[in-house]
Design a protein around this ligand. Structure first.
Ligand code: FSX
Ligand code: SF4
Ligand code: F3S
Length: 382
């Protein structure tokens, strides 16, 4: 019954959105996908996988397809702050366009410096105009850390030298929903790594409005598009974890669903890159994998249409979706080593890994310890 009510409520919302005027030329998502050689069947398969990813019942998959179909009705403003543009590249750099990247083409991006034709004063004007025209209605996506306070001058944009801080604040003030895309915008990222010379801050420190964090350096295309679809469907904040990350994407650790997990449990570890264990696909914990401390869905969703992800490619997870990972998770090719944390049983994960009695390292124990460790390192760095 509850499920039916929810289905009904979400269909109503999609109907309301579909009644909004189209913001772009009359081209449907169907046209766009078939022009790019994607069949309707593949599109429906994609919708089904998105439904599962958003932890919705399988019967909701037609709703996800409809949400994608109306995704051109909501204006999106995307701002670049201090970063490497990897987040945008995560969506855009594909040989053959994925359905996720096609959705990105399809949404009404009113401003995005990497892909728009305008430059100079015209670009500045377009941003102001987009904010004015779509006040209170647009989705704001911000990529990058933001030099703040008296260091704000480290990031200025355009001919008038407006600071990133000012432009992010202004865009956030008038947005309907705000997403911090990438670890830089969510937590400060590499710019904010010790000693943070430009005083780079996460978006949530620049605005008082609620910010949904979508970390990862970069986040996967699935997590970016999934958030847009979730907003279209619900129009409200998703369930969030303590770091304001949507639980549907960041609720489990990399380690929980890793394909090498059986190796970890059996005590089969790569000791050095290129050794026999590496060839056999052993666990990468001892060569630095931070999967046990990292909350993200890479091991389940992978990147580039489920092609691969860091651990599958043979390198451990570096913890890129965690706050302060540059400071707390390195050296990236070594285990936590002397910075051992205690599990509920009083053993560090490294000690346990050496003793092979891995079974005692329960999910709960390591989960609690991982959070405790991150907090401890954070405090140490302050
Ligand atoms: Fe780069 Fe985005 Fe990392 Fe940061 O991604 S991939 S430095 S999260 O802001 O461009
Ligand atoms: Fe996978 Fe890393 Fe966990 Fe090993 S430590 S099982 S490689 S996530
Ligand atoms: Fe980042 Fe680890 Fe995923 S390094 S991309 S969170 S596997």
């Amino acid at each position: 019954m509850e499920q039916q009510n929810l289905y009904h409520r979400l269909s109503q919302r999609i109907k309301e959105i579909s009644n909004l005027p189209k913001l772009k030329e009359e081209r449907s998502i169907q046209d766009l996908i078939s022009e790019n050689g994607v069949s309707r069947r593949d599109f429906m398969k994609w919708a089904a996988s998105m439904t599962a990813m958003l932890s919705l019942p399988a019967s909701f998959s037609p709703l996800i397809a409809q949400a994608a179909e109306v995704s051109d009705r909501l204006p999106v403003i995307w701002l670049h702050m201090a970063e490497c543009t990897g987040c945008s590249e995560s969506l855009l750099r594909t040989d053959t366009p994925t359905i996720d990247s096609l959705i990105f083409d399809y949404i009404s991006l009113k401003y995005h410096e990497t892909i728009m034709a305008a430059f100079g004063w015209q670009a500045e004007h377009n941003l102001k105009e987009a904010i004015e025209e779509h006040k209170g209605k647009y989705i704001l996506m911000v990529e990058g850390g933001i030099p703040a306070g008296s260091s704000d001058f480290y990031l200025t944009i355009g001919g008038h030298g407006e600071t990133g801080q000012k432009s992010a604040k202004e865009a956030a003030n008038n947005a309907a929903a705000i997403f911090a895309i990438g670890t830089c915008s969510s937590f400060g990222g590499i710019q904010a790594a010790h000693p943070n010379p430009t005083n780079s801050q996460p978006l949530s420190k620049i605005t008082n409005k609620p910010v949904i964090n979508v970390p990862g350096c970069p986040p996967s295309e699935k997590n970016i598009v999934g958030n847009v679809l979730h907003y279209i469907l619900f129009g409200t904040l998703p369930a969030l974890d303590v770091f304001n990350r949507p639980k549907w994407a960041y609720g489990l650790r990399i380690h929980d669903l890793c394909e090498r997990r059986g190796r970890f449990d059996a005590g089969e570890f790569v000791q050095r890159f290129g050794d026999e264990g590496a060839k056999q696909g052993y666990c990468l914990y001892k060569v630095g994998c931070k999967g046990p401390y990292t909350f993200n869905n890479c091991s389940r969703e992978r990147f580039n249409q489920h092609t691969s992800w860091p651990v599958q490619a043979g390198h451990g997870c570096i913890g890129c979706s965690e706050p302060d990972f540059w400071d707390t998770m390195g050296p990236f090719e070594e285990p936590m080593a002397d910075r051992r944390f205690n599990t509920l049983y009083g053993l560090g994960a490294d000690a346990t890994a050496d003793r092979v009695g891995i079974a005692i390292l329960t999910l709960t124990a390591i989960g609690i310890a991982a959070h405790a460790t991150v907090t401890a390192f954070k405090n140490k760095n302050k």
